[in-house]
Design a protein around this ligand. Sequence first.
Ligand SMILES: [Zn+2]
Ligand SMILES: [Zn+2]
Length: 126
Amino acid sequence: MMIGGGCLCGAVRFEATAAPLLVAFCHCGSCRRHTGAPVAAYADFRRADVRFVAGAPTRFESSPGAWRGFCGACGSTLTFEGDNLPEEIHIHLGALDEPGKFAPTKADFPELKLPWLCLGAQGADA
Ligand SMILES: [Zn+2]
Ligand SMILES: [Zn+2]
């Protein structure tokens, strides 16, 4: 299996060699600001299954131990890494080449979902 992806300008490219552990929405305020979107959606990969084949995300520590990665050239939202989850890397779904293959199955922070947002996918519209 090879899952490819990258940023809008192509400076950062990555490949994952195994399916994600989890695909989820996140309604938290930090993800909302980081993505500029009403909700974030991400695929949680084992860190060991992902390698950057061009460039690397620029990282910003949005809260202690929470690292948000983006392309330093074009600004595309790319990753989330938590110091408490060193074996994992979340890649935002929109950065994948074929995001349609990875439907979210749960939602983090459903209590923070914007009231007008309707998702309905896989029961994740909690
Ligand atoms: Zn870029
Ligand atoms: Zn979040």
